[in-house]
Structures are given as C-alpha cells and as structure tokens.
Design a protein around this ligand. Sequence first.
Ligand code: S3P
Length: 175
Amino acid sequence: MNKNIVLIGFMGCGKSTIARKLAKIFKRQLVDTDILIEERMQMSIKDIFATYGEEYFRKLECELKDELSLKNNLIISCGGGFANLENIKTMGFVVYIYLPFFIIKKRVKNNGKRPLFDDKAKKLYNKRLALYEKNADIKIDNSKLKFKEFAKICEFFLNLNLHNTKISIDLLKNK
Ligand code: S3P
C-alpha cells in the first residue's frame, strides 16, 4: 500500500504538469480534482461557478477530498482552493508547489477558464500562502528545482515515511 502523493498550490504553479509526470514515473493513477469534478458534473469549472456558485464548488471539493482519503497509490493534483479545506493530509503525502506570483501571472493566460484568476488574484495568492504552508508536508519551489530532483525528493520522503516533518526545499539548483 502506497500513500497518495497530493499536490497543492496556487493556480498556474504547475501542479497538473508535475502530477502527470509523477504518475508516469511512479506508475500510478493520476487524479486531477478539477477534471474529475468537471467530468462528474458534465460542466466546466467556469460554468459550475456561474450556475451554482463558489460555495457549491467547494462542497464538491470537500466531498472529493473525503472520497480520495479512502484511496491509496494515487497521484492527486488538487485545485488551488483545496488549501481551504480541513484535514487535507488525510489524502496522503502533501506537497506544496510554490511559485512566486510574478511567474504565475506570466504563465496563466486570462482565458476565463479560471473564474478566480482576476484582478484580485494577487490578494488571494497572498492570503493562500500561509494555508498552503500549513497544510503541506513539504514545500517545493518550482522555479528552482528540476523535475527529476523533485521526483527523487518525493520518493525519499515516501520511503522514509517522514510525513509531518516540515521541510522547505527551495534552495536547490537553478533550472
Ligand atoms: C481555484 C483553482 C482552480 C479551480 C477553480 C478554483 C482556486 O484550479 O479549482 O477555478 O480557488 O484557487 P487550478 O489551481 O488547477 O487552476
């Protein structure tokens, strides 16, 4: 039985891409919470927000968190708001993918797919930082770490079972 690896972090920090790669190298099933919610609702995130509101979307995320907490062996890429939920560590080994906001801003195209990425995104980002830190087993700076190093770190912590050990890995080699 292997613990799930759970990626959290702000919109555009690279969770989905990293999760896809991790799933490939660890040969594990990938779950992207946004995609799963969209598939189940048969609606885009944007339409869920517009039709049912943010609170309803958060309820779906919370239910999904409880459901995924019962599973193992997954690589889970969480929507940026998962940090708001209680007890996300029940889902597995939680990795916070950090990127400074100025890089995120360049990466996220304002194509309307992310209803909360608007002119208040910087404020939301600042508010969320502490939540991501609080909820993570480790924090990894995606602007400073190569993927292979990142994967090795995940493997290391999983093997040693060092959950709940607060570690920040953001001073390793440049990309
Ligand atoms: C959100 C992030 C989005 C998506 C929704 C809300 C947030 O996911 O779940 O638009 O509250 O930060 P990504 O982080 O994958 O963009």
